[in-house]
Design a protein around this ligand. Structure first.
Ligand code: LMR
Length: 345
């Protein structure tokens, strides 16, 4: 009897301790599953991304959080973690698959390790304007890409855009492919972007977004490619005296969620979150170009760098050198996808 009593007390203590720990750490990353989904006990949705709150992605993530809170009357709380605060480039995808974060918005290039076909958005000069991008996002190309996420327990919710990339470096004005010879550029992810720089006798080195300013400042790399908004909000232009407006490639985002988490949401809440995502996607795409134009003005007005705009003839020289990369990656990306984009011109 005494032994049983002692055992009972011991078990009680263990249960108490476990409950206490659970309350303290929120029962791990999937704490949202434990919530009742009421205003008193809201479902917590962690939305992590790497850019500044002033970026198209940052502004849209916050708008999504605000609208979801309003429309669910506080039953869902989307917590936005910008600027790699919670997870950086290297960790966010793994954290999503583990259920430690619920929504992420990586640049398509960063999906390389999981679904290499997303590198289609990195093919230099493939996307001739943003309308072609939107048609690819919202049509068959986008659907085929999202389908490839399914076996990984990930759902693609939307495509957002940032815009066209341009070059910057700390050595010289870049007007022709020859000017790139021997320079090392920070890239977001491997393969296609590496090949793009190799095609003009330069090199690419992968550096996480959150570490790029330091890499540029310390001269670990000579240059980078990015949108005006990222260059401005991350202050890259302060350590890159020569910028070239080249529009040579795209920087677009895939908004991803964990399948188990998403399907586990109450139906009415999932529907609100889905509809709000569609609406915010349209809003995000309206903002992106204006924010990039504003950033270009800030960069120009800073007096810290010169911005050179390629002429159509100069652009053609880059296209001639870089477009063979499309064929090189046909097997990795899928010829059907590449042809699918070309058919949109
Ligand atoms: C980069 O690494 O340069 C971009 O992917 C950052 C971003 O999310 O826009």
């Amino acid at each position: 009897m005494i032994i049983w009593k002692k055992r009972g007390v011991f078990l009680g203590l263990v249960v108490l301790l476990a409950v206490g720990m659970c309350l303290l750490v929120g029962c791990g990353g999937n704490s949202s599953h434990m919530a009742a989904g009421t205003a008193e006990d809201p479902i917590i949705v962690k939305f992590s991304h790497v850019t500044s709150p002033d970026s198209p992605k940052g502004a849209a993530a916050q708008r999504y959080a605000d609208l979801v809170a309003e429309r669910t009357e506080g039953r869902v709380k989307v917590e936005v973690y910008p600027s790699s605060q919670l997870y950086g480039d290297k960790e966010e995808l793994e954290a999503l698959m583990a259920g430690n974060v619920h929504i992420i918005a990586p640049t398509a290039a960063k999906m390389l390790g999981l679904v290499p076909a997303f590198q289609i958005f990195d093919l230099p000069f493939l996307f001739v304007n943003k309308e072609v991008c939107y048609q690819a996002f919202d049509g068959e190309v986008g659907q085929k890409l999202f389908k490839q996420l399914e076996p990984h327990g990930i759902i693609g919710l939307a495509f957002w855009e940032n815009g066209f990339k341009h070059f910057g470096n700390n050595k010289r004005v870049l007007k022709s492919p020859e000017d790139f010879k021997g320079l090392k550029f920070r890239i977001m992810a491997g393969k296609v972007l590496e090949a793009q720089f190799k095609a003009i006798d330069a090199a690419g080195a992968v550096v996480p977004f959150g570490e790029t300013y330091t890499a540029l400042q310390q001269g670990t790399v000579d240059g980078q490619e990015n949108t005006w908004n990222n260059m401005e909000t991350q202050k890259f232009y302060e350590v890159q005296p020569y910028l070239t407006q080249s529009n040579h490639g795209r920087l677009d985002y895939v908004i991803l969620t964990n399948t188990t988490f998403w399907n586990g949401l109450p139906d009415d809440i999932r529907q609100i979150m889905d509809e709000t995502m569609k609406e915010v996607t349209a809003w995000e795409r309206e903002q992106a170009e204006a924010l990039n134009n504003k950033s270009l003005e800030i960069i120009k007005a800073s007096g810290k760098c010169q911005v050179y705009e390629l002429t159509p003839e100069e652009t053609k020289a880059f296209q001639d050198k870089m477009e063979p990369v499309w064929e090189e990656f046909e097997d990795v990306i899928g010829k059907d996808l590449i042809d699918g984009v070309k058919s949109l011109y």
